[in-house]
Design a protein around this ligand. Structure first.
Ligand SMILES: NC(=O)c1ccc[n+]([C@@H]2O[C@H](COP(=O)([O-])OP(=O)(O)OC[C@H]3O[C@@H](n4cnc5c(N)ncnc54)[C@H](O)[C@@H]3O)[C@@H](O)[C@H]2O)c1
Length: 364
């Protein structure tokens, strides 16, 4: 029997209250207090949960309330300073996606957490969702063959942010899923986009991630679409998966379709692609709220000392990709190549790359 971990949530806007509800629902957790600079948001939470303490001063929150763990759900620009204060106060720390505004900030937070032996987790929510877990299971079982490419679209009208562009807002979900499915960090990133509504804040972006063995992924993000779309296609050499997160029950479909070239041919007349059409199927998925699994995982990691599936390191990798995407946007879509050693990886299709970013390698 483990003792209940006492948790406080900073930031009670749109997402914070969902975290409050989920942490409150866990048996081995005591959601003790919330913090927000807005009295109105604190009043809202107090109205829902009168027993939860509400404070506006984050210093008091970190120093005086005897909390074991802090959850940060403020806008991204405050993640680093709040997480740093939380870790320095000796609290296990959970940060919403994206982890911080720069890779340097993420690295500093990781170093502090490691130095103090604290759990640092980032909320890459979709990795804890049943459909994504099922996709990873199908891919790892070899059912779709080798992945050729992944295409992801996350589009809707709004909600416009002022401090981050649409790639930083929406693409973290796609990037985290893609890295998890492929199990590797990209060689290069490029990104194009435009700011139509708010100056210098891109509301439409198209990002490409290049991986080894000619694999690549494309991510389209938009706040300027009439329809809400949450769709990902994973194309394998043997089968293809379509993941539509807006479907209620049939979120994943596995298509037994593929195209094969004949092994050799001498004349054009002999050349014929071979199209294979087999049965499609819809895997059964147990419906559960991903955020509940996320919150439980954080508490479990605190109790066991195990590293979270989405630790600070995964948070850093995601921010490295977002930073590279921003650099590419500034260079009109020129690719940014990642180098984990001083030797630049040769990617013929990226020869026009203007920028090489040296990233901190964590194994792999
Ligand atoms: N994992 C997901 O699927 C998901 C979904 C939505 C949002 N998010 C993330 O959650 C975070 C919050 O997003 P949101 O949409 O709830 O934002 P929001 O603007 O609706 O709410 C943020 C809240 O933080 C408060 N706040 C701001 N600065 C503060 C400070 N220094 N101290 C205390 N409180 C402060 C604001 O008053 C506000 O109530 C972001 O990082 C966002 O990316 C994650």
């Amino acid at each position: 029997m483990t003792t209940a971990i006492s948790v406080g949530v900073v930031g009670c806007g749109y997402w914070g209250p969902l975290l409050v509800r989920n942490f409150r629902g866990l048996a081995n957790c005591n959601l003790k207090a919330v913090c927000d600079v807005s009295e109105a948001r604190l009043k809202h939470i107090k109205g829902l949960y009168p027993d939860v303490e509400g404070v506006t001063d984050y210093k008091r929150f970190f120093d005086e309330l005897a909390l074991d763990a802090i959850v940060i759900a403020t806008p991204v620009q405050y993640h680093y300073s709040l997480a740093k204060a939380s870790l320095l106060a000796g609290k296990h720390t959970f940060i919403e996606k994206p982890m911080a505004s720069s890779a340097a900030e993420c690295e500093e937070l990781i170093d502090i957490a490691e130095g103090k032996g604290l759990i640092l987790m980032v909320d890459h929510t979709f990795l804890y969702s049943s459909p994504v877990r099922k996709i990873v299971e199908i891919v790892q079982a070899g059912d779709i063959g080798d992945i050729r490419y992944i295409n992801s679209r996350r589009l809707n009208l709004g909600l416009f942010q002022h401090d981050i562009n649409v790639a930083w807002d929406l693409a973290p979900h796609d990037i985290s899923i893609i890295l998890h499915i492929l199990g590797e960090f990209p060689i290069a990133v490029n990104c194009q986009g435009n700011a139509h509504v708010t100056a210098h804040v891109e509301d439409v972006t198209n990002m490409s991630l290049y991986f080894r063995h000619k694999r690549f992924a494309t991510i389209q993000s938009s706040w300027l679409e009439p329809r809400k779309i949450r769709e990902m296609t994973i194309v394998g050499t043997r089968r293809m998966i379509v993941y539509d997160d807006l479907q209620t029950h049939e979120k994943i479909k596995v298509y037994d379709v593929r195209v094969e070239r004949p092994p050799h041919y001498d004349t054009f007349a002999e050349f014929q692609y071979s199209y294979h059409y087999g049965d499609s199927y819809i895997p059964h998925i147990i419906q559960e709220e991903p955020l509940k699994t996320v919150c439980q995982h954080f508490i479990d990691c605190i109790n066991t000392g195990n590293q979270p599936v989405t630790s600070g390191r995964e948070g850093l990798e995601l921010v490295q990709i977002l930073e590279a995407a921003s650099a590419s946007l500034k260079a009109n879509g020129a690719p940014v190549i990642f180098s984990r050693t001083d030797k630049i990886v040769s990617v013929p299709e990226l020869e026009q790359a203007k920028k090489v970013v040296h990233v901190k390698a964590f194994g792999g």
